[in-house]
Design a binder for this molecule. Structure first.
Ligand code: PLP
Length: 455
């Protein structure tokens, strides 16, 4: 056993960390910190991880706020009523931002991310559907949900974990969005909701929300069956209101009953924070709310998670106050322009075609031009990794699996000089690969594993 008081930092790096059991005794804090950090050296730099949508910049004041609130468990509403009041107020702000009706009581919650938010919305629609069916004396045992093949993995989790039949409309090469086409083959009286995406992970496009909405109106006229819509605005929820204020993707469409967004994506908060907001209180089925008194005081709880850190809530509140509508608008507009700048540089290189003509969020989705046969998007992604950049390469979901894509999420911390450098690095890699050939094997087709995982 070494005498810690005589250990130098050089010795501390060399502490043995066992693989199969936790260390029997502790070490000096400096040693513990050195070990944690050194073992993570080879991980990506978050700032250069452009496969992710998640925020990687914080102001020093946010670091300070994080330190001040990190020991608070947000679920202890009795102990931290003001943080809870901030959450309530931000739900109202989001309801207004997403053009919810003024004369209703909005309802919503802060969650760990959009995944938890999507599951809560899906459950509310499942409960509402079941109660309506039971009230009408109809079979309520076979719920289904309709969405596009471009959905993020959370919806496939929701469907499996909560026993709802998936009705997933396949994509096709050249069209990666859910539209009203073929909906008649998928929607029926057992459909709990149709989920449409604002800012999808693959190409950054929106599903054809208006067209789907109008189709569901016509379907109701024809059949008497009214089906609600949920909008997955994980990314788009914090882009559309600022960049495209006249575009109706939100509660302005009466059928839209719930919307989720990721505070930790374009909400500009570090992970993990999501939001779910319902058009009005009654959409969030009362049966999903529990009243508990373990923490002192009777308290309603209606999230999948119980304990969670309060830091992200304080930081979202800081962000809204610090930037205001005008600040988010400026940042999101600039970021979308920057993504177009990067896209143009890459298209002008002659190597790529863009995949997302109708892109709304700042994502560049490219595919290599047909002429390049001795390397793939997977090789480009692997090669630029040598420079430290992380870009996703993947095959599209069914039935567009033969299409491969290279995706770059342009986040607000990237300025034009950085993007120019990134474009140069990508083009240099393409030149090298064109001369030497690539050998990265794309993942097998049909695998759910090939969907971008870090979003
Ligand atoms: C990121 C994302 C999710 C999952 O959100 P998390 O915040 O990572 O849990 C769901 N849907 C879409 C469209 C996304 O982009």
């Amino acid at each position: 056993m070494q005498d810690e008081s005589k250990m130098t930092p050089w010795d501390m790096f060399n502490m043995e960390v066992p693989d199969d059991h936790m260390p029997a005794r502790g070490v000096h804090p400096r040693a513990a910190k050195a070990i944690v950090n050194s073992e993570a050296w080879t991980d990506a730099r978050p700032e250069m991880n452009l496969s992710s949508f998640v925020t990687t910049f914080m102001e020093p004041e946010e670091m300070e706020l994080a330190r001040e609130h990190i020991l608070k468990n947000h679920i202890d509403h009795d102990m931290y009523p003001q943080l809870f009041a901030m959450e309530r107020r931000m739900v109202k702000w989001l309801h207004t931002l997403w053009n919810g009706p003024a004369d209703v009581e909005p309802y919503g919650a802060a969650t760990v991310g959009s995944s938890e938010a999507c599951m809560l919305a899906g459950l509310a629609h499942k409960w509402n559907w079941r109660q309506a069916r039971e009230r009408a004396g109809k079979d309520a045992t076979r719920p289904n949900m309709v969405t596009g093949g471009n959905v993020q993995i959370v919806w496939k989790k929701f469907l499996r974990y909560f026993d709802v039949e998936p009705r997933i409309v396949p994509l096709k090469p050249g069209n990666y969005r859910l539209t009203a086409e073929h909906l008649d083959e998928y929607v029926d009286e057992n459909t709990i909701c149709v989920v449409a995406i604002a800012g999808q992970t693959f190409t950054g496009e929106d599903d054809d929300i208006q067209e789907i909405h109008d189709w569901l109106d016509a379907y109701e006229k024809r059949t008497g069956i009214s089906i609600p819509m949920h909008i997955d605005g994980a990314s788009g929820g914090f882009v559309n209101p600022f960049c495209y204020p006249d575009y109706e993707w939100d509660f302005r469409l009466p059928r839209v009953q719930s919307i989720n967004a990721s505070g930790h994506k374009f909400g500009l908060v570090p992970p993990g924070l999501g939001w779910v907001v319902f058009r009005e209180r009654r959409i969030f089925n009362e049966d999903l709310i529990f009243y508990v008194n373990y923490l002192g005081g009777e308290m309603p709880t209606a999230t999948l998670n119980f304990s969670r850190n309060a830091v992200q809530i304080a930081l979202q509140y800081y962000g809204f106050i610090r930037l205001g509508f005008e600040g988010y608008q400026r940042i999101m507009t600039k970021t979308v322009e920057n993504s177009q700048y990067l896209r143009d540089l890459l298209v002008d290189s002659g190597y790529f075609t863009i995949m997302n003509e109708t892109q709304r969020i700042p994502v560049v989705a490219l595919t290599l031009k047909d002429g390049f046969t001795n390397f793939s998007e997977f090789d480009v992604s692997a090669k630029v990794r040598e420079k430290g950049w992380v870009l996703s390469a993947y095959t599209m979901p069914p039935a567009a699996e033969e299409v491969r894509s290279l995706r770059i999420v342009v986040r607000p911390h990237l300025n034009r000089n950085v993007l120019k450098g990134l474009a140069r690095d990508i083009v240099d890699c393409c030149k090298w690969l064109e001369a030497h050939g690539g050998n990265a094997t794309p993942p097998a087709l049909h695998g759910h594993k090939t969907t971008p995982s870090k979003c």
